[in-house]
Design a protein around this ligand. Structure first.
Ligand code: CA
Length: 234
């Protein structure tokens, strides 16, 4: 059973999404305003939040940012009616993982939800790791199966996209990926023109794993091209 929180003031949309998710065997709670949904989310662990941006009492982006600040790293899929907001959703500011623009098809939404929940499943599977899926480099340990990152013995909380980005780079040390490659591989659909999204996520990732983000030892910049994971000084 997966727990999903919907915060959407358009009652019909929220209910429609809720019905479809319940058909997928999800336990769904639907809030019509931001405050209530936000406070509920702080107290109740969830596998996915579907979060509208334009709410009567609180902006969805503020909710997302506040949850991330409270170290709630569960996946958040944002709903927006305005294309100009996409920049901000994907960027440094919010820490959201995905978005859909209204009006959206319910099929498309469900496809996104399934993709997100598949990752959650992997994350919560009982420990059957034989270590084959984990990467060790210096003080960093990345466990793909549990989607867990340990640095100097301490668990680092990453959002799903930050994890995917790190895992992709770390699986191929020394290989440079340009921003477009990373968009295609990590976000997996067409985000043409949103290459700066990659920079934002790299900055957030570095802030979490690097001792000195300005002089990184793990996620390195290949000037004028993109990013690579270190293959030096293992
Ligand atoms: Ca709304």
């Amino acid at each position: 059973m997966r727990n999903v929180i919907i915060i959407e003031d358009e009652k019909d949309i929220g209910e429609l999404v809720q019905l479809h998710l319940e058909d997928m065997n999800c336990e769904v709670v639907h809030f019509l305003n931001g405050q209530e949904g936000f406070h509920y989310a702080l107290e109740h662990p969830f596998d996915l939040m579907i979060l509208d941006i334009n709410l009567p009492d609180m902006n969805g982006m503020d909710i997302c940012r506040a949850l991330r600040a409270e170290k709630v790293n569960s996946p958040i899929l944002m709903l927006t009616a305005r294309s100009e907001e996409i920049d901000k959703i994907l960027g440094l500011e919010t820490g959201a993982d995905d978005y859909m623009t209204k009006p959206f098809s319910i099929r498309e939404l469900l496809a996104r939800v399934k993709a997100i929940l598949r990752r959650v499943d992997i994350d919560t599977r009982p420990d059957e790791s034989d270590g084959a899926d984990s990467i060790h480099f210096k003080q960093l340990e990345i466990d793909k199966r549990k989607r867990r990152v340990i640095l100097d013995g301490e668990r680092i909380e990453l959002t799903p996209k930050e994890f995917d980005l790190l895992y992709l780079l770390a699986s191929n040390p020394g290989v440079t990926y340009d921003r477009k490659d990373l968009l295609n591989k990590v976000w997996s659909y067409d985000f043409e023109g949103y290459e700066h999204t990659v920079n934002s996520h790299i900055n957030r990732l570095r802030a979490k794993i690097e001792k000195d983000p300005a002089n990184p030892e793990y996620v390195l910049t290949t000037w004028g091209v993109g990013y690579r994971f270190s293959d030096q000084g293992k």
